[in-house]
Design a protein around this ligand. Structure first.
Ligand SMILES: Nc1ncnc2c1ncn2[C@@H]1O[C@H](COP(=O)(O)OP(=O)(O)OP(=O)(O)O)[C@@H](O)[C@H]1O
Ligand SMILES: [Mg+2]
Length: 142
């Protein structure tokens, strides 16, 4: 998962919104960890479960890693200014996006995680033109 993340890091562009769908423990945070390390972030990448979002700045790029598992207050979304995190200078990763339906913009990419007896299965979908352009450069990770 971390190697896949490092590979995905090579095709990311500012402005992307990426939904990560999968059960508890499916590997969503581990993939984001790999992506951030692939982008050159050297520090610890924590799960944002308790404070909803972790913020990273790598060079001029802002990365917002949301975990909305415990999110249930739409007012908090507005008050915290989360809406502003989605802009052309940032990349947003969202675990449990279904918890904020109606508040989140559409995803450019959706990554579905399936837990297998050994390892994980990953499926990637593009929902926008920008997402499709990324998919066209998807790294060969075999
Ligand atoms: N491909 C894999 N094979 C086996 N174990 C994995 C794999 N990917 C991740 N794991 C392990 O699964 C556990 C849970 O991973 P992770 O925290 O990334 O899941 P998550 O999808 O973010 O879960 P949550 O929804 O609870 O945030 C970790 O111990 C991680 O090391
Ligand atoms: Mg997680």
């Amino acid at each position: 998962m971390r190697i896949l993340g490092k590979n995905i890091a090579t095709i990311l562009k500012p402005g992307l919104v990426i939904f990560l769908n999968g059960n508890l423990g499916a590997g969503k945070t581990t993939l984001v960890r790999g992506i951030l390390h692939g982008l050159g972030y050297l520090d610890v990448v924590k799960s944002p479960t308790y404070n909803l979002v972790e913020i990273y700045k790598i060079s001029k790029l802002y990365l917002y890693h949301f975990d909305l598992y415990r999110f249930n207050d739409p007012y908090e979304w507005e008050e915290a200014g989360f809406r502003d995190y989605f802009n052309c200078h940032s990349i947003c990763f969202i675990e449990w996006p279904e918890k904020a339906t109606g508040l989140l913009p559409a995803a450019d990419l959706r990554i579905d995680f399936e837990i297998l007896e050994s390892g994980r299965n990953i499926a990637v979908y593009a929902d926008t033109n920008v997402g499709e352009q990324c998919l066209a450069h998807w790294p060969d990770t075999k």
